[in-house]
Design a protein around this ligand. Structure first.
Ligand SMILES: NC(=O)c1ccc[n+]([C@@H]2O[C@H](COP(=O)([O-])OP(=O)(O)OC[C@H]3O[C@@H](n4cnc5c(N)ncnc54)[C@H](OP(=O)(O)O)[C@@H]3O)[C@@H](O)[C@H]2O)c1
Length: 281
């Protein structure tokens, strides 16, 4: 049996149909109150429980051969404690945010979750996606596309020349499935990023090209944006972007995917090809 956490999330909605098509039962740990109808429809078993409740986690995971932990990596300690002695593979989804130098609570939570995994003797594999995009509301590129369609103009904090390496959700799912299956990779970690990095300006232009809009990019000095955010904060306003996000935009998010290519047969799409898969339809 394969047990999955976070199955009702964005990644889960792409992974689960592929998982249940295989010849093994799939059980999803779903919070009480979360709609699991789509999972039931495709034939997954539902175990109700919250990752904050150790007994519910153990009941859902105890007899699993493979555990895929898609919910946030901060729940790793509960998952590691909940699996049974017969578990053969535990794939945990973390994030390349792990390597951000912008110290904030989100980075600290990822680091703490990963530290618990690294200290475990269980047969774990860690996968770290970069920014994920795909069909529907990916909460990343889809929102940028919606903004460009609505306004055409995009204020960009900083030069727009820093690197990003977004990954299509289909590639993350393929990497995750391989991480669950490939033998002899216990204790390994894999960056799951796109085929190649591109600057933020190139990223915006590529999204514009995919939806038939020529973006008007307005670069703003980082100090000015941070100053504006501080003023907004003082007035109790919520500007839709946070200080950490602004600072992370200035980081080089360029990652080696060589380990995943070598061990998992990982072959991600180039960004333009990924966009064409979504917006070219
Ligand atoms: N999206 C990205 O760009 C990105 C990038 C890098 C890494 N990641 C990582 O990839 C993983 C999947 O991302 P995603 O975008 O699919 O996430 P998501 O859409 O936010 O889904 C999160 C899932 O975790 C479940 N969950 C949250 N708290 C829970 C709890 N206390 N008990 C049980 N279940 C709980 C949610 O259940 P409910 O439906 O009940 O809320 C949902 O199924 C996450 O670990 C995320 O950190 C994502």
């Amino acid at each position: 049996m394969i047990a999955v956490t976070g199955a009702t999330g964005y990644m889960g909605s792409f992974l689960l149909p592929r998982l249940v098509a295989r010849d093994e039962a799939v059980r999803c740990l779903v919070r009480p109150g979360t709609d699991a109808a789509a999972l039931v429809r495709i034939g997954a078993e539902i175990a109700r429980g919250d990752l904050e409740e150790p007994a519910a986690v153990a009941a859902a995971l105890r007899d699993a051969r493979v555990v895929l932990h898609l919910a946030h990596i901060r729940y790793a300690p509960a998952v590691l404690a909940g699996v049974g002695a017969g578990v053969e593979r535990l794939v945990l989804v973390s994030s390349l945010r792990r390597f951000s130098r912008v110290a904030d609570a989100s980075v600290a939570a990822v680091t703490a979750g990963e530290d618990a995994v690294l200290a475990s003797a269980l047969p774990w594999v860690l996968v770290r996606p970069s920014m994920i995009y795909g069909p529907g509301d990916d909460r990343n590129i889809s929102r940028l596309a919606a903004r460009l369609r609505r306004r055409g103009t995009l204020p960009i904090p900083g030069s727009g020349r820093h690197l990003h390496q977004p990954v299509h959700v289909d590639d993350v799912v393929a990497g995750l499935l391989a991480a669950a299956e490939v033998q002899g990779i216990e204790g390994c970690s894999y960056a799951l990023a796109g085929a190649a990095p591109l600057t933020y300006d190139e990223l915006v232009d590529a999204v514009g090209a995919a939806i038939g809009v020529v973006p008007r990019k307005i670069h703003l000095p980082v100090w000015l944006v941070l100053w504006g955010l501080a003023i907004a904060d003082w007035f109790g306003l919520e500007p839709g972007i946070g200080r950490s996000q602004v600072l992370r935009l200035q980081e080089e998010k360029e990652y080696s995917i060589a380990a995943a290519q070598g061990d998992l047969g990982y072959a991600p799409l180039a960004f333009a090809a990924g966009l064409a898969r979504i917006y070219g339809e």
